[in-house]
Design a protein around this ligand. Sequence first.
Ligand code: C2E
Ligand code: MG
Ligand code: MG
Ligand code: MG
Length: 285
Amino acid sequence: SAKAAGRNTMRFFDPEMQAAVSARAALEKELRIALQQQELRLYYQPQVNEHGAIIGAEALVRWQHPRLGLVTPASFIPLAEETHLIHPLGLWVLETACRQLTRWSSVPTRAHLVIAVNVSVRQFRQPDFVEQVCAVLDSSGADPRKLKLELTESLLLDDLEDVVAKMTALRARGISFALDDFGTGYSSLAYLQHLPLDQLKIDQSFVRDLDVHPNDAVIARSIVALARNLGLSVIAEGVETPLQRNLLAGLGCPAYQGYLFSPPLTREAFEIFAEEWEPESDERD
Ligand code: C2E
Ligand code: MG
Ligand code: MG
Ligand code: MG
């Protein structure tokens, strides 16, 4: 009705909503400029095995904003995903990580490091995603066996056949796949056996209260057992205390990532960290 339409039109001029809309539009514009002006930064968070050795790093994007300082991905990745900006952003992350792999490949103490790159569902959904990744591998010269892509369970709401076909093609090139934030998403376990995965990543929400909530330990233990039964590796994220690390080790989880070891670091800081890191120094219980 005209009245309803009138109300809808009125709502457009709701100052609060109008402010939100223009703030969003402004942010989108700024993010587009950020991509051109190279304001994005790729940070690296160490991943550690049961012996305390650094086995790789997760690449995590930040935005070095001229006024706001270092902006966390939680405040711009969702916007990037709603717009087309996730495509150039995702490509930049992938290119930067692959160039890093190539640089590390010639340094004996770093040549073994695997970089895990987060891939948005929308990015993965592009028809030419496989070709894009292969092109980045070719142009960077990165060893595909050192590249891991982190996907989330929301991917499974998509055409499973297409998802499996893309993963299979990329695995044939040597790339591996981790399922990120595992246990928090669309959790039908049946699909898991169809996915050509390499790793489950225990979500930090199950790690946080591992020592106080027995149920979280039960879930973590189940994920570890599930991974083992499916022939997958497993890593826990958000490990902050020696107790959490030790409990996870006791559950059979052999790899960890979290503030206990290090927060995400700039490339330079990561390299210094990796150089100075002594596995034994991890025996802090
Ligand atoms: P994620 O992939 O699950 O990454 C783990 C997040 O946990 C990171 O947050 C990391 O800094 C944080 N973290 C690591 N250790 C600890 C810990 O011990 N305690 C706590 N409380 N947190 C810890 P960050 O860097 O803010 O990233 C948030 C999310 O943004 C990521 O979650 C990922 O979903 C997304 N993201 C980050 N970088 C990218 C990217 O390059 N591309 C895409 N598509 N998404 C990204
Ligand atoms: Mg991740
Ligand atoms: Mg995660
Ligand atoms: Mg998470």
